[in-house]
Design a protein around this ligand. Structure first.
Ligand SMILES: [Zn+2]
Length: 162
């Protein structure tokens, strides 16, 4: 059995599929409030990032934990029915995300992923984004910056260890 009812699931889908979901708006609001100027999604860039900060050479994706499979995140649970279908779907999403990131990095963009669950802790999120954006200059020469990579993945909803 799916952990969500059919109605709940389609409600989730609707929210996930709309182009201006609440988490995206929240991230835009946070950035704006802190004085960062950005462009909204840019269809000319691979993967059509949610936020583009040309001055900082940075694009931001606001990813739903479920669809984009936030590692170690409770919100990325595997539906209990149609498992094969979901597996295929998720692996397609993950492949696309990896390709898009690679293409953007090759074009010289820094790619920042904000996970939906991280928008629940806006204070923490904005200090991470500030750190990232304010390091834009020094970062350019260090595409494998470890601090940045670590910040990219930590989930808010940790899967409880049994
Ligand atoms: Zn998450």
């Amino acid at each position: 059995m799916d952990v969500f009812s059919r109605d709940q699931r389609s409600d989730i889908m609707r929210k996930v599929c709309s182009t201006d979901t609440t988490p995206e708006k929240l991230v835009r609001r946070l950035l704006h409030r802190c004085g960062y100027r950005f462009k909204l999604s840019n269809k000319d860039l691979p993967g059509n990032p949610d936020i583009v900060l040309p001055k900082y050479n940075t694009v931001v994706f606001v990813h739903g934990c479920f669809w984009h499979r936030h590692k170690g995140c409770r919100a990325a649970s595997m539906p209990q029915s149609n498992v094969d279908y979901w597996r295929k779907k998720f692996s397609g999403n993950e492949k696309r995300d990896r390709r898009v990131k690679r293409e953007l990095r090759q074009l010289g963009w820094r790619v920042c992923v904000v996970w939906e669950c991280q928008t629940k802790l806006p204070q923490k999120l904005i200090s991470r984004l500030k750190r990232l954006l304010d390091s834009a200059c020094s970062y350019e020469n260090h595409p494998d910056n470890l601090a940045y990579k670590a910040a990219e993945t930590s989930p808010v909803y940790k899967v409880k260890k049994k």
